[in-house]
Design a protein around this ligand. Structure first.
Ligand code: CTP
Ligand code: CA
Length: 224
């Protein structure tokens, strides 16, 4: 098996990965969510494990199983993910934010089901911004800790896609940004992925296309 024959270049390292998509409750039966399956984050966990790392996976609503041997913290919302990531970050050598975090959450969660006859013909939701987990972890990183973010963009033009990535890594403060074009046909939920990796200065350091496992290994190759 490929996992057993991988070189153990991450032995002794603690790799912390977030995966999946957060869901922000509206009421006891409904949420705001996104289409992340968690496959890329889980592939990263599997690849890091095969390369000898101790792996913690902070998992939000995965559509795929958690690999055996990975220490997993299940979360639902962005705020739960922030708490779990902050706790695990204290001992992590590498942090990879592969999760799709909901940018906004409903300002209030209704304790009972929202009922049509109480709302009427239109329903307006008030949302508040969630904390930026990646930016926060980057701002408070320990010396030597490496932090990798993802960028999900729907921009189809390759140059404009990279320009968006450059702006994003400058704002986030992480070491590398994995830029990923997503659309109704690409990225989320699929078995394959095509990414461009930027370093902190916005320089392209890697381009990978293939199975999410092969993309995961290309990303892990960047860890020094
Ligand atoms: N991220 C995060 N916390 C948030 C939002 C995003 O940690 N509240 C992380 C994601 O896990 C990802 C990176 O930030 O690693 C970029 O996420 P993305 O959605 O592409 O960027 P945003 O900064 O949210 O900007 P926008 O969605 O407006 O493009
Ligand atoms: Ca976002």
């Amino acid at each position: 098996e490929a996992a057993a024959s991988a070189r153990q270049d991450l032995a002794g390292r603690h790799v912390l990965i977030s995966a999946g998509g957060t869901r922000e409750p509206l009421d006891p039966v409904r949420y705001l969510g996104n289409r992340s399956s968690g496959k890329q984050g889980v592939a990263l966990a599997q690849a890091a494990l095969a390369r000898g790392a101790r792996v913690t996976l902070v998992a939000a609503n995965l559509e795929v199983p958690v690999p055996t041997g990975v220490s997993c913290v299940l979360v639902g919302t962005a705020q739960e993910m922030l708490k779990a990531m902050t706790t695990a970050a204290a001992s992590a050598d590498v942090i990879i934010m592969a999760a799709a975090v909901a940018d906004y959450r409903p300002k209030s969660v209704q304790l009972g089901k929202i009922k049509k006859d109480e709302v009427g013909d239109t329903l307006t939701l008030e949302l508040v911004k969630n904390p930026d987990i990646l930016a926060g972890l980057s701002a408070s990183r320990r010396p030597g800790q490496q932090i990798i973010g993802f960028a999900a963009e729907t921009e189809a033009d390759a140059d404009r896609l990279i320009a968006l990535g450059r702006g994003k890594i400058a704002r986030k403060g992480c070491d590398f940004l994995v830029v990923n074009r997503v659309g109704l046909d690409a990225g989320f939920g699929t078995e394959r992925n095509t990414v461009t990796v930027l370093d902190h200065g916005g320089v392209i350091v890697n381009e990978a296309s293939g199975s999410k496992m092969s993309v995961a290994n290309c990303i892990l190759d960047l860890i020094g």
